[in-house]
Design a protein. Structure first.
Length: 247
């Protein structure tokens, strides 16, 4: 039986841990040829050790020249999965200009660079698929102390819809995934560094109507569908996967 992503060439950013890692693995298991990138070489080595078929590349997606060099090494890309992200805690009063610039640089400019340099390959082959990780905390919903995070994730939604609209005639699709709170190493770090870790963990879980956090593998399952030909009629859509947060 053929696998859902058989021989598709897929680039995954932030593949060292969390959603990016789970998605790279899920793509690989479905038969894709995966190029997994991350700024953290140690986590990439761990991924490659467990899954030798996954091609790993240390890459800072916010570095224009590095992204351009990486893109030129690829002859073809069927799917680009943009998962780089950073969570800033606080309101606008807690957000200095450097925090603003850093969050936009990581959360949206990295996506801009990756898409700008890989999209021409998709146009040339007259087919492509771009999947961007946004968040339920965006233009979909506001949450306390997520000012700049929500702002950047809202920008990703606008970015996604624009790409989908501009290149639909080139047979290129672009969709966004908007997760709720997911149990990742990043989430664990935010809990550990909170003033009251026990309360922080409880608060995170309590705001999820299902009473639990999502798993990276659950997000990856949606990513597999969007990367597959099963979703060929789907573009420009924000897919919430949030345990009921947006109800």
């Amino acid at each position: 039986m053929a696998k859902r992503l058989e021989n598709k060439i897929i680039v995954v950013t932030a593949a060292g841990q969390g959603i990016g890692r789970a998605t790279a693995i899920a793509f690989c298991k479905e038969g894709a040829i995966v190029y997994a990138s991350d700024i953290n070489e140690k986590t990439l080595q761990s991924l490659n050790k467990e899954y030798p078929n996954i091609n790993v590349k240390k890459l800072d997606s916010t570095n224009k020249l590095a992204v351009e060099e990486f893109s030129t090494s690829l002859d073809k890309v069927d799917v680009l999965f943009n998962a780089v992200g950073f969570v800033h805690h606080g309101t606008i009063l807690d957000c200095d200009e450097k925090d603003w610039d850093f969050s936009f640089n990581v959360n949206i400019k990295s996506m801009y660079f990756m898409t700008k340099f890989i999209l021409p390959k998709m146009i040339k082959q007259n087919k492509g698929n771009i999947i961007n990780v946004s968040s339920i905390v965006s233009s979909l919903r506001g949450l306390p102390n997520r000012f700049i995070y929500g702002t950047t994730k809202a920008a990703i939604i606008g970015f996604t819809k624009s790409i989908a609209s501009d290149f639909i005639k080139n047979n290129i699709r672009c969709n966004a995934i908007a997760p709720g709170t997911v149990h990742t190493p990043s989430w664990e770090d935010r809990v550990k560094t909170a003033k009251d870790p026990v309360k922080a963990k409880k608060d995170f879980i309590d705001r999820q109507p299902m009473g639990r956090l999502g798993s990276p593998e659950e997000i990856a399952s949606l990513a597999v569908y969007l990367a597959s030909d099963e979703s060929n009629f789907v573009t420009g859509i924000v897919h919430a996967i949030d345990g009921g947060m947006s109800i």
